[in-house]
Design a protein around this ligand. Structure first.
Ligand code: FAD
Length: 506
């Protein structure tokens, strides 16, 4: 197309979430060149908006044993290749007086069959491990759940892939896919920040666009049946338990509490959705999450919530399943040659963060078969180097030394942020927040974002009106704070408001 920048690659991957980035790394290890295109930044989809539960498979073991087996197999592999992204907390499946002990027994049996190490703990023993748990609980089953940092996981994968030759084109949205005969001929994309257009030719196209997978296929005149399910989560201002706490009952709303660095994340809900771009956490969801999770940890009722957020699960819809919780959390890999006669197109969607590597392996295997090569996968063997700045607070405390601190809650150093800015590639404020722990702590950016803007200004990086950037950030932040605004949260919000009014002399 006239005026468009022309790009060429062997494999074009659409989607900069865990799956797309995982595929880029897998292919780079096999020596296959790829370009990944993402309409916003890495982690803009479900990969940056999930619960962070490092599944053992326990959650699905009764309802979906196949998905559970995938989880435990990947759980074992990821502990070896990305230990820096995982906190090995273990998880408890807690039975309350209203829960069926028959289900608990079925759960233990199913764990045994799926090779998930599970053992029963008495009430007293559990309470000695997690004193905040409801003292009326009957028992708990211990499984190898944990907490995973999706940000570090995706960024470390991307960095390693890039070091091995993979290319990334961020802030660029695929707007059209041209199919000629039995092949995708090229795709058009547009930079979402400055409007530049790209015409990209690729021998193979991989659609790893998560919840947007069907929308992408529509551009090529194809469709797939997907159910979109919104899941909402709440963040508490402190870490309430050291283990993952699950309710020992069939998967339902508000039955998991995951520790995440210094806070706990309460979740989730499951609400059918049509609009992928405009969704929010409703007051009903907030009430439901507090009501349900506080049955396991009563302290939640008195705890200050610092933010609510939601993500969208792309669930592959097979016929006749009305309830979204009954749809498999397994993944779908579509060879469009077999399904639609398009030889160079593959779609991968669904699954879990914890199965991202397996999804990438299966996709890359299929691609290799199409290419007529048998280059083997090695992602299960090759550890992924950690990012320069550690993500957990203990290590950041050690690393902070005499350095100037930009974010006090999460101990993010000024030089850490300056380094990222100097490396380039960061296009807006959100990109910085994806790459550091900045604004992820209890003040949610209230004390550090204006300092960051100062740095951006000093480095000449705040293009145009920096008040506009700040307003954009505060409005986005407000969306997450508004649903949890009562009691002590209001006091905190008034404090932040007065800080900003003071600084800007409003
Ligand atoms: C509420 C919720 C809770 C969850 N909790 C957990 C959990 O605790 N543990 C776990 O293991 N898993 C969990 N998951 C699942 C996990 O988050 C997802 O399986 C995983 O993140 C999917 O990654 P992905 O790369 O396939 O999709 P995404 O991360 O959604 O990436 C798709 C990307 O495609 C991009 N894109 C879309 N259209 C275009 C276009 N036209 N051009 C260019 N780019 C485009 C999007 O911007 C997006 O970044 C949860 C999911 C949700 C929603």
């Amino acid at each position: 197309m006239k005026g468009s920048m022309r790009l060429q690659t062997e494999v074009l991957i659409i989607g900069g979430g865990a799956t797309g980035v995982g595929i880029a790394r897998d292919l780079s290890l096999r020596g296959i060149p790829s370009l990944l295109i993402e309409r916003e930044d890495f982690l803009s989809g479900a990969s940056g908006r999930n619960h962070g539960l490092f599944h053992s498979g326990g959650r699905y073991v009764v309802s979906d044993p196949e998905a559970a087996r995938e989880c435990i197999a990947e759980n074992r592999i990821l502990r070896k290749i990305v230990p820096h992204c995982i906190e090995e907390t273990d998880g408890l499946f807690v039975s309350l007086p209203e829960d069926s002990l028959d289900f608990r027994d079925r759960f233990i049996q199913a764990c045994e069959e799926a090779d998930i190490p599970a053992y029963l703990l008495s009430r007293d023993h559990v309470l000695s491990l997690e004193p905040e748990l409801n003292p009326d609980l009957l028992s708990a089953v211990n499984v190898p759940d944990g907490a995973i940092d999706p940000f570090e996981l995706v960024l470390a994968n991307a960095k390693d892939a890039e070091n091995r030759g993979a290319k990334f084109l961020l802030h660029s949205e695929v707007t059209s896919i041209l199919v000629e005969g039995d092949r995708v001929k090229n795709i058009l994309a547009k930079n979402t920040l400055h409007g530049e257009e790209y015409l990209i030719e690729a021998s193979y196209l991989i659609n790893a666009a998560g919840a947007w997978a069907d929308r992408l296929l529509k551009l090529a005149g194809l469709r797939m049946a997907m159910a979109l399910s919104k899941g909402s989560m709440l963040i508490t201002n402190q870490r309430l338990a050291n283990r993952v706490i699950n309710r020992c009952r069939p998967p339902s709303d508000g039955d998991i509490i995951v520790p995440n660095h210094t806070v706990s994340i309460l979740g989730t809900t499951s609400v059918r959705l049509e609009d992928l771009e405009h969704f929010e956490v409703t007051p009903q969801e907030v009430s439901l999450l507090i009501e349900e999770t506080s049955k396991m940890l009563p302290a939640i009722e008195e705890t200050r919530l610092i933010r609510a957020y939601a993500g969208i699960r792309p669930l592959f819809q097979s016929e006749g399943k009305g309830d979204d919780r009954a749809i498999s959390r397994g993944f779908v890999l579509i060879d469009h040659e077999k399904r639609d006669g398009i030889r160079n197109l593959i779609t991968i969607t669904g699954g879990k963060l914890v199965t991202y590597r397996l999804m990438a392996e299966k996709t890359s295997d299929l691609l290799c078969r199409k290419m007529g090569t048998d280059l083997p996968c090695s992602t299960h063997l090759k550890p992924i180097p950690a990012m320069d700045a550690p993500s957990n607070l203990k290590d950041r405390l050690k690393a902070s030394g005499e350095a100037e601190i930009l974010c006090d809650c999460e101990l993010v150093r000024t030089d850490e942020v300056e380094k990222i800015l100097k490396e380039g590639g960061v296009k807006d404020l959100q990109d910085i927040l994806h790459r550091t722990r900045l604004a992820k702590g209890t003040c949610q950016g209230g004390f550090c974002i204006y300092r960051l803007l100062g740095i951006l200004n000093e480095m000449g990086l705040a293009e145009g009106d920096s008040n506009k950037i700040l307003r954009g950030f505060l409005e986005e932040r407000w969306k997450g704070i508004r649903p949890v605004l009562w009691g002590s949260s209001i006091k905190e919000e008034e404090l932040i408001e007065s800080i900003y009014k003071g600084i800007f002399n409003l």
